[in-house]
Design a protein around this ligand. Structure first.
Ligand SMILES: Nc1ncnc2c1ncn2[C@@H]1O[C@H](COP(=O)(O)OP(=O)(O)OP(=O)(O)O)[C@@H](O)[C@H]1O
Length: 282
C-alpha cells in the first residue's frame, strides 16, 4: 500500500496543479475488540468542501471525526491530511505509527466543536479561547487576546469575555466553543452534533453562527448533525453511513429529495417524519 496519495489518479498526473485532498481516508478500519465499527473506509474531502455525515446511531460518524482529531487511532489503514499521513504511515512494507510530535503538528490545523462544549469551567471565556493559541501555537497573550475579542464579536458574545462558562446559557457556551476552535485558525473544522445538547429554541442561534462561518470562510468542514435543514444549507456533499460503511453519497439537494438507497430512504423517513421532500424548500 503506498504511503502517499496515488499519483496515478491525482490532478498532478492529469497535468493540473498538484493538490492533495485536505482529508483522505484510505482503507481505514476501526474496531473496539471484536466490534468492527468502520469497514475499510475510503473517502476524501477537497479544500473548502462541507461534508455532512448522516446515518443511524452507531453507524460510525463520530468515530470518523475522532480519528481525524487523533482522539482515536485507526486499527488499520491510513488517514492523510493535505497528503501527509496523520497517525500511521507505510514504511518498508509495514504500517508504522508516526511520532507524537508529527501528529501534534498536523492536528494544529484542525479544530473541533463537541456536543458537550468541553470548555474549561475554571477559566473565563477569554482564557478558554486564548489557551490553545498561547500554549499550543506560542502566540503572545496580547496577540491571542486581540484575536479572541474579534471572534467573540463574531459569535455575538463580546460582552461575556470575563465571565465563566458556567454562568452562560448552553447556546452561549457552544458559541464560545466555536470561537475557541476558530482561534487556532484551523484549516479543517469538525462539528460533532453541536446542537444536540441545546434546548430547541436556541439551536437556531448556534446554527446561524455556523452558517455565517461557512459563508465567510473557506474552512473545510466535516459535520455530523441530525439537523437536516442545516446540512442542506451548509454542505455540498452528504455521505450516508450504515454499519460503518458509506451506503450513498450525493449533494444535499439530491440526497434529501431523491435518495436512492433503501437504507437512506428509511433513515430520512424516520428523521424527517416523511417530510423529506420539503427539505430545502423553505
Ligand atoms: N470508546 C469506545 N469503546 C467501545 N465502543 C465504542 C467506543 N466508541 C464508540 N464505540 C462504538 O462504535 C460504534 C460507532 O459509534 P459512533 O459514536 O461513531 O456512532 P455514531 O454514528 O456517531 O452514533 P450517534 O449518532 O449515536 O452519535 C458504536 O457501536 C459504539 O458503541
Amino acid at each position: 500500500m503506498p504511503s502517499t496519495p496515488d499519483s496515478a489518479t491525482s490532478p498532478a498526473a492529469a497535468g493540473s496543479a498538484p493538490s492533495a485532498p485536505v482529508i483522505e481516508f484510505r482503507d481505514v478500519e476501526k474496531s473496539y475488540g471484536s466490534n468492527v465499527v468502520l469497514h475499510e473506509l475510503n473517502f476524501s474531502v477537497a479544500k473548502g468542501d462541507r461534508v455532512t455525515l448522516i446515518g443511524p446511531s452507531g453507524s460510525g460518524k463520530t468515530t470518523i471525526l475522532r480519528l481525524v482529531m487523533t482522539l482515536e487511532e485507526a486499527t488499520d489503514g491510513y488517514i492523510f491530511i493535505d497528503g501527509e499521513p496523520l497517525t500511521h504511515e507505510e514504511r518498508g512494507g509495514k504500517r508504522v505509527a508516526r511520532s507524537k510530535k508529527d501528529q501534534k503538528r498536523i492536528r494544529q490545523r484542525i479544530g473541533m466543536v463537541f456536543q458537550q462544549f468541553n470548555l474549561f469551567p475554571n477559566m473565563s471565556v477569554l482564557e478558554n479561547i486564548i489557551e490553545a493559541p498561547v500554549h499550543v501555537l506560542g502566540q503572545s497573550k496580547a496577540e491571542a487576546t486581540a484575536r479572541a475579542k474579534e471572534l467573540l464579536e463574531k459569535v455575538g458574545l463580546a460582552d461575556k469575555a470575563e465571565q465563566h462558562p458556567t454562568s452562560l446559557s448552553g447556546g452561549q457556551q457552544q458559541r464560545v466553543a466555536i470561537a475557541r476552535a476558530l482561534a487556532l485558525d484551523p484549516e479543517i473544522l469538525l462539528l460533532d452534533e453541536v446542537t444536540s445538547a441545546l434546548d430547541p429554541e436556541i439551536v437556531g442561534e448556534v446554527l446561524g453562527i455556523l452558517r455565517n462561518i461557512a459563508e465567510t470562510t473557506n474552512i473545510t468542514m466535516l459535520i455530523v448533525t441530525h439537523e437536516m435543514q442545516f446540512a442542506r444549507d451548509v454542505s455540498n456533499r452528504v455521505l450516508m453511513f450504515d454499519g460503518g460503511k458509506i451506503v450513498e453519497e450525493a449533494p444535499p439537494a439530491v440526497m434529501f429529495s431523491d435518495p436512492k438507497h433503501q437504507r437512506t430512504k428509511d433513515f430520512l423517513h424516520a428523521v424527517l417524519g416523511g417530510e423529506e421532500g420539503t427539505i430545502g424548500t423553505h
